[in-house]
Write a protein that binds this ligand. Structure first.
Ligand SMILES: NC(=O)c1ccc[n+]([C@@H]2O[C@H](COP(=O)([O-])OP(=O)(O)OC[C@H]3O[C@@H](n4cnc5c(N)ncnc54)[C@H](O)[C@@H]3O)[C@@H](O)[C@H]2O)c1
Length: 278
């Protein structure tokens, strides 16, 4: 396989949540493919400094921008600046999201609204404002980081799952409405990945082992696994993939049957069943 198989060189890629665990790796991997980058997060200095680092490491054009993805004026100003700096936008990767734990019966309305605002409205605003440009230029690709928790509820996490289920449907709606203008929209659904958002879960070895056991691959995901899927969906190699949800979760979703206990363990039960009866 040639190194330029993905053919992403010189594409202009906007990444929200670019300072997060996944955002950083996704940005690094686009840079490695010689794409030009507009990195978006809340802290201007830190996004600029990461953009400089990637620009000098990979010899690409990269700039950092501070923008709260939920604030309409800031998103409009961001899109103006990126288009002024780069001339166009080819790819949008939405990753900026938050996760807060709460019992539904005690969940304060403000917290529900805040999570929906960042996780769903923020993704929509970025998609709509950049989507308008993509419609104009009759081409564009969007990849939205959703989660497996958009399919089965992440219990005691308030609006997280409902907001991400909304992201899946928003992405399909974009695909259905804008596919005719050359705009594709797909979701990546990670499950267990070690990032600052999830480090707390992996401080306890028993929890980590329990999680590993729930995947067919018997391992926790790496940010590299997620970046691989994002780059593929953003590339021209995925040009006939639209409105999809790509699970990147080591087979977590197919393990329910395997988790049902059998006497002596499921595997041993099968082995014993072949032994001649005494
Ligand atoms: N880590 C996991 O195990 C996991 C699993 C499934 C899905 N996900 C999803 O992956 C994505 C990235 O997760 P992560 O682990 O990298 O999270 P993270 O917390 O490390 O990064 C999120 C980034 O988004 C930024 N951000 C938050 N609100 C913002 C706003 N309003 N405007 C602009 N930027 C904002 C934060 O500053 C942060 O840098 C999220 O969408 C998350 O839901 C993560």
């Amino acid at each position: 396989m040639e190194n330029n198989w993905l053919d992403l060189a010189n594409d202009v890629v906007v990444i929200t949540g670019a300072l997060g665990g996944m955002g950083r790796k996704i940005a690094n991997d686009f840079a490695e493919q010689k794409a030009n980058l507009a990195l978006v997060d809340l802290n201007e200095e830190a996004t600029e400094s990461y953009a400089k680092e990637l620009a000098s490491t990979y010899g690409i054009k990269a700039k950092g921008y501070s923008c709260n993805s939920t604030v309409e004026d800031q998103v409009d100003a961001l899109v103006e600046k990126v288009v002024a700096d780069f001339g166009r936008i080819d790819v949008l990767v939405n990753t900026a999201a938050i996760l807060k734990f709460s019992l539904l019966e005690e969940l304060p309305l403000d917290e529900w609204k805040q999570v929906v605002e960042v996780n769903l409205t923020g993704y929509f605003l970025m998609s709509q404002r950049i989507g308008r440009r993509m419609i104009e230029q009759q081409s564009g690709r969007m990849v939205h980081i959703s989660t497996i928790a958009s399919i089965s509820p992440e219990t005691y996490s308030g609006a997280y799952s409902p907001s991400k289920a909304g992201v899946n449907m928003m992405s399909k709606q974009i695909a259905a409405e804008w596919g005719q203008y050359g705009v594709r929209s797909n979701c990546v659904l990670p499950c267990f990945v070690k990032t600052p958002l999830s480090t707390k879960f992996y401080e306890d070895e028993e929890v980590e082992e329990g999680r590993r056991r729930m995947t067919a691959n018997r391992r926790i995901g790496e940010v590299q696994d997620i970046a691989n899927a994002v780059l593929f969906l953003a590339s021209k190699r995925a040009s006939y993939t639209n409105g999809e949800e790509l699970r990147v979760e080591g087979g977590f979703g197919i393990m329910l049957g395997d988790l049902v206990p059998k006497p002596g363990g499921r595997r041993q039960y099968a082995i014993d069943s072949k032994k001649p009866k005494a």
